[in-house]
Design a protein around this ligand. Structure first.
Ligand code: AMP
Ligand code: ZN
Ligand code: ZN
Length: 460
């Protein structure tokens, strides 16, 4: 009784708060409803299983939940936020880490000093394509949106300021969407639960329950605000994240200075993926690092596994270190953070989730996984712009959409056709056998006739 009551309430809520699909989601260009993309930094996929998050559950119960996204290497904030909006791996879009050095221009990049277009220009993010197509895009602090990329600056944007509240970020975006009907794409960035994950570690269930409760309240704020502004049910909304988080500890430290002479190498970026420039003999530094620690893999740039999509860029340094899950690389000091990310992107703890809601999306639909680069072709489809060349695949995501025939359906149809073919074949074979059985006495019949023939003279 309780369950059916809950289901009924949910259906009523979905029905009351979201209008039926209008068909607009399949239109082109100006017919398409706006898309709001929200990132809660560092929201690990399994937080959804471990904690009770009623607003998020309410959000995806009327839409789609993708339980786990395979994000890109390295599993850091800037590389992954840029992959989400370009559909490219880090080696192709050029934002390879939080700290970078470009040996050709001799320039340095850090999150705090990231606004030079030079670092971003290799790729064209979706907001530039949207504006080049004659529509408008808006952003509240999505990494890269404050940069003049491919000679394009956003007018509707909020420069990065961690003190600005979620409500203010959201209010500005919805203000722009309602004021200007040509705004087709809006992106919003929020710092939690990444900040608390670093500070307390993801295994601190008290602190994580607290911050996830806060994040869940913000999802409630989002839904209420969209209802109040009349946008709920009319725009498409995607809530996702860039990466997960894993627990670190003081007893899992890898100290580089114990293995190599401090003046024989330069650290561009350190943990959990180290980017190292040897200052003396390359091979000696490589050999010393290689034998440094069982929980640290050491690669010469060219030997990096292809699956990481990380070696084909001048900004990838000559030696790359990769700490095992939960291990921290330092030059010499102490543990910097109780939680961290950046590790191998095949680790489930590094994976974020995705939830989507709106006229384009199926309701109450769950998917286990796809690649975070697949989101880009999906978003281009939703806003009606032509995707740039990318590493994603629309075929992986089309199941999320109401008006798309998805692979599952194709598989089901294929299975039915297969069964029908088999049944027909068996029926034909059976009939054939049966006919053969009936016709098998014929030779004897003919023999009898032959007998008759033999008897012919007698009849005459
Ligand atoms: P990380 O955990 O090192 O991958 O980076 C996450 C941090 O990046 C967050 O805590 C934010 O404070 C910071 N951050 C996010 N977006 C921006 C931005 N656009 N400009 C500067 N810092 C940012
Ligand atoms: Zn992040
Ligand atoms: Zn972080």
């Amino acid at each position: 009784m309780q369950i059916s009551g809950y289901l009924f309430a949910l259906l009523v809520w979905c029905g009351l708060t979201s209008s039926a699909p209008t068909g607009n989601e399949t239109g082109s260009g100006g017919d398409k409803p706006p898309l709001l993309l929200v990132s809660f930094d560092g929201f690990r996929a399994d937080y959804l299983k471990k904690y009770t998050l009623p607003n998020l559950e309410k959000f995806f119960s009327c839409g789609v939940l993708v339980k786990e996204l395979t994000n890109v290497f390295i599993t850091k904030t800037f590389p992954n936020h840029y992959s989400l909006v370009t559909g490219l791996y880090a080696e192709s879009h050029g934002i390879l880490a939080s700290m970078m050095y470009d040996p050709v221009s001799n320039m340095n990049f850090s999150i705090q000093n990231s606004s030079d277009p030079f670092w971003w220009n290799k790729a064209k993010p979706i907001w530039v394509s949207v504006e080049e197509s004659g529509y408008r895009a808006a952003s509240a602090m999505w990494p890269g949106t404050n940069v003049k990329i491919q000679n394009h600056t956003l007018e509707y944007k909020f420069d990065y300021d961690p003190k600005v509240s979620f409500r203010e970020r959201l209010g500005n975006l919805t203000g722009w969407i309602t004021k200007n009907k040509s705004v087709k794409f809006a992106s919003l960035y929020w710092e939690e639960p990444d900040r608390s994950g670093h500070q307390y570690g993801p295994e601190d269930s008290t602190e994580m329950a607290r911050v996830l409760q806060e994040v869940d309240n913000l999802v409630g704020v989002l839904m209420d605000h969209l209802n109040e502004t009349g946008l709920w049910g009319k725009i498409n909304i995607i809530i996702t994240s860039d990466h997960g988080m894993t627990q670190c500890s003081e007893d899992r430290l890898i100290k580089l200075d114990n293995c190599v002479s401090p003046d024989s190498y330069r650290v561009v970026d350190l943990t959990p993926v180290g980017a190292i420039i040897p200052l003396t003999d390359n091979l000696t530094v490589y050999k010393n690092l290689s034998s440094c620690h069982n929980h640290m893999k050491v690669y010469l740039k060219d030997d990096l596994p292809d699956r990481l999509h990380y070696k084909n860029n001048v900004r990838t340094q000559p030696i790359i270190l990769m700490a095992d899950e939960g291990w921290t690389i330092v030059k010499n000091g102490r543990l910097p953070r109780l939680g961290d990310h950046g590790y191998d992107n095949t680790l489930p703890s590094m994976h974020p989730f995705l939830a989507a809601q709106g006229p384009a999306f199926r309701k109450g639909y769950k998917m286990s996984s796809f690649n975070s680069v697949d989101l880009y072709p999906l978003m281009c489809h939703l806003v009606g712009v032509l995707p740039e060349p990318n590493n994603g695949s629309f075929a992986h995501v089309r199941c999320m959409l109401v008006n798309e025939q998805c692979n599952e359906l194709a598989l089901a149809v294929g299975a039915v056709i297969g069964v029908l073919i088999i049944l027909t074949t068996f029926t034909c074979l059976f009939r054939l056998m049966k006919n053969r059985d009936v016709s098998s006495p014929r030779p004897f019949a003919r023999l009898e006739l032959e007998d008759d023939d033999d008897d012919e003279p007698l009849l005459q």
